[in-house]
Design a protein around this ligand. Sequence first.
Ligand SMILES: *[C@@H]1O[C@H](CO)[C@@H](O)[C@H](O)[C@H]1NC(C)=O
Ligand SMILES: *[C@@H]1O[C@H](CO)[C@@H](O)[C@H](O)[C@H]1NC(C)=O
Ligand SMILES: *[C@@H]1O[C@H](CO)[C@@H](O)[C@H](O)[C@H]1NC(C)=O
Ligand SMILES: *[C@@H]1O[C@H](CO)[C@@H](O)[C@H](O)[C@H]1NC(C)=O
Length: 962
Amino acid sequence: MACLHRRLRLLLVGIVFCGVLLLRVDAAGAASEAGALLAAKAALSDPAGALSRWRARSSGWFCRWPHVSCAWNSISTAAVAGLDLSGLSLGGGFPVALCTLRSLRDLNLSSNEFVGPLPACLASLPALARLDLSSNSFSGEVPVAYGGGFPSLAVLNLAQNFISGAFPGFLANITALQELLLAYNSFSPSPLPDNLGDLSALRVLFLASCSLNGHIPASIGKLKNLVNLDLSTNKLSGEIPTSIGNLSSLVQLELYTNQLSGRIPAGFGGLEKLRFMDMSSNHLSGEIPEDVFTAPSLESVHLFVNNLTGRLPATLVKAPNLVELMIFTNQIEGPFPPEFGKNCPLVVLDSSDNRMSGPIPATLCASGKLEQLMLLDNKFEDAIPAELGKCRSLARVRLQNNRLSGPVPPEFWALPGVYLLELGGNALSGNVDAAIGGASNLSRLVLSENRFTGVLPTELGNLTNMKFFLASNNSFYGTMPPSLTNLSELLRLDLSNNSLSGEIPHNMGQLEKLELLDLSNNHLNGSIPAELLGLTGLGALDLSYNELSGELHVLRQNTALNDLNLSYNKLTGTVPFFFNIIQYQNSFLGNPGLCYGLCSSHGNSSSNRHARMLMFASIIAVSAVVMLMSVFWFTYNYRSYKRRAAEVESENSSWVITAFHKVEFSERDIVNSLTEDNVIGEGGAGKVYKAVVSPKGGTLAVKKLWPNGTESKRIDTFESEVATLSRIRHKNIVKLFCCLTNDVSRLLVYEFMPNGSLGDLLHSAKAAILDWPMRYKIAVNAAEGLCYLHHDCVPAIIHRDVKSNNILLDDDFSAKVADFGVARPIRDRPAAMSVIAGSCGYIAPEYAYTLYVTEKSDVYSFGVVILELVTGMSPMAPEIAGKDLVEWACTNVEQSGPESVLDQKLAAQFQDEMCKVLNIALLCVKKFPNHRPSMRCVVKMLLEIKGEYKPKACKVAEAPPS
Ligand SMILES: *[C@@H]1O[C@H](CO)[C@@H](O)[C@H](O)[C@H]1NC(C)=O
Ligand SMILES: *[C@@H]1O[C@H](CO)[C@@H](O)[C@H](O)[C@H]1NC(C)=O
Ligand SMILES: *[C@@H]1O[C@H](CO)[C@@H](O)[C@H](O)[C@H]1NC(C)=O
Ligand SMILES: *[C@@H]1O[C@H](CO)[C@@H](O)[C@H](O)[C@H]1NC(C)=O
């Protein structure tokens, strides 16, 4: 017992002694390691204070500082072995003090804002094994020292910077490398080095978007350990070397968006581990080799947008793990091999835009996993197989423009997950089955140009998500089901060229979102429902060639209605005077009983007399209306005058003015201008007035916030807006001169932006003013404004409501970011927001699963604004077919090339530049915040477009799934 006790005591003394020794011996080494860290900290900018706990005399010891990890070099010395400073918003040049940390093994500075040259001194660190400098703004060439140094380097990641110069082939000297990532840099066009094959340990080679040209060297086949090879989005040409078939460890092969030509080599079948293969958007020709689909692990094959010909190999049926086959836009012919789908868990099949024929295989959904079936624009024939009616996983079905015939299987109508069902342009027949009421997700149903017949089932009214129902050019008969008026999301309804009869359902007014209604060429009778024209969004109404009767006086004025066609019906009476304009001159033809214009040019005398009486009556009516309106106008103005006068009287003395800039006007100037005539806008937070306070003060914009408390729903934004804007000074941020408050009202006085908001201008008839150079300038200006908020304000500011309506235009169309009502400074990041701010169509997807937002959410919204500038399209435009602008653009870029989304009015002259800006937009709207560039990077990329003339292929970095 005593013995044990003594031993314990000895042990204890030993431990304490060792500890003392350790602390004493370590002191010198520790001081230099800590000193290096502190010197590094002092050299960089740390706006978020991420390194604030690195302090000379902090209670802990540097090994316990955040982001630092240590290793014991001997029993007594600890040294910095790992430094993970990724994603901390650090900036400035590379802190060279880090190069004195001789034991450093792992250095991660990714996703920061570092600028300037890459540090050469890192190459001499003897232990450095993993170096990650990706997603920064490093520039200049890769130091030559990197080719002769790095004795232990296994991972080198320099991706997503602005590194320039020729491609650094000498990195192939770092023979221990296992991962080399240089993607997304600004290298000058250069070929891949031949000696790349010497990196025999290489597992990951990520060289996407590195301006590579020339051939893929055959020596690449020597990389037996290569797991991931990504050479996408370059200008590589020539054939794909056969030696790729030797890469026995390969899992992922990305060669998409290059200029590769010739045939796809045989030999992939031997790649036991290959799962993902993407050679899309090249110039590949010939047949798909037999053995591709025998690679046993193959999951995803993307060969779309090439020049492939011939038939699909029979081996396709044997691929046991195939999930995705995308071969659209080629010249592939012949049928799918029989039983395709039987042996694999197929989820996505897109062979659109080929020359394929034969039946749709009944086995496509044998595994019950098929979600996307896209076969449009081919020559597929025969009936839709009944087996597909059991495929409850289906979500997107696009079969239009084929030669399909026969009735649609009843169960196929009722698939609960399908939201897109496009069957137009075939020879399908039979009825729409009542079972369709079960297709509760259906949002787009296209049946046009087929041979469908029968009565439209009442159950269509169950499909409350429906936005597009297009069924023209069929043989539907019977009445329109009144239940159609339940489809409150409906944007377009086209039942033209059928044999429908009976009356147009009443309650059409319930279709509040309706933009287009085409019922022309049917046998509809009865009167036109009055409320139809009350639909404020209705832009096109075609009821021509029916048997509609009744008088038109029920029609109301509808300013949205651009296309109105009521011709060739049996309408009577007089055309209301507001339709008596040239725009509608052909809208009423072929209605013999209808009187249009002055009603006196022809016809017999009795109808003339009738017409004259009508005209007399309408003159009286008009005069009465005018008189009533004058009385109303007078009363209204007198009241508001009195109210204003009262306000001014009672409040004049009590205004408190807080100025942020020198002001040359009095509060009376401002208050007097708050009249209804001066209103230039109204938003969620208040009304905006224009105030002219010359001579010195010039023109101002005054935002009057809704009174506190009275309307609880209005967002109260005064304090955040003042707090934010008062400390900002930047040429691309709208200037806040002062604010005025009293007990009742709160006013914000800004500089006046004579050309209004970008959104208003771009999406109006005046859009033509904005040529491409102006749009480019607006993009750069707004980007610079946001960049300032994100990167130069401390703490950084997230705007949270970036949209084209919040970008205002000066008299020379310089753009400024405005409306900081929901902006927040972020002190701790990321910032948790209690409510979702932002506007529909601009909200980043991460809002859907988290309320934590970062600057990258603004980047997303800004991406939408660039898309608007490039496409000319509004995020709410009807053309985008119920999608959002982002989805619309991505889908079209993928399927029809980037040129297809450009604003056609400008594309002829500026296509190259517009494509480049489009690419930037598509980076900004990436789904995952981390994949989006920072605003600083966006500004740089935008400026680079003009900086040097490098004609580039108009291609997008990554093809998003359709
Ligand atoms: C660096 O950090 C980022 C973000 O935490 C991480 O994704 C990446 O894998 C790290 N790099 C290395 C080489 O470990
Ligand atoms: C790369 O290695 C070769 C041969 O060992 C050598 O001649 C060359 O100088 C090295 N390149 C660099 C940049 O150090
Ligand atoms: C496909 O081939 C045709 C003729 O051989 C050629 O005109 C066309 O440009 C090629 N398309 C692509 C995408 O390579
Ligand atoms: C349509 O909706 C009604 C009531 O909402 C429901 O009873 C009926 O089963 C639905 N029809 C179909 C075919 O799902």
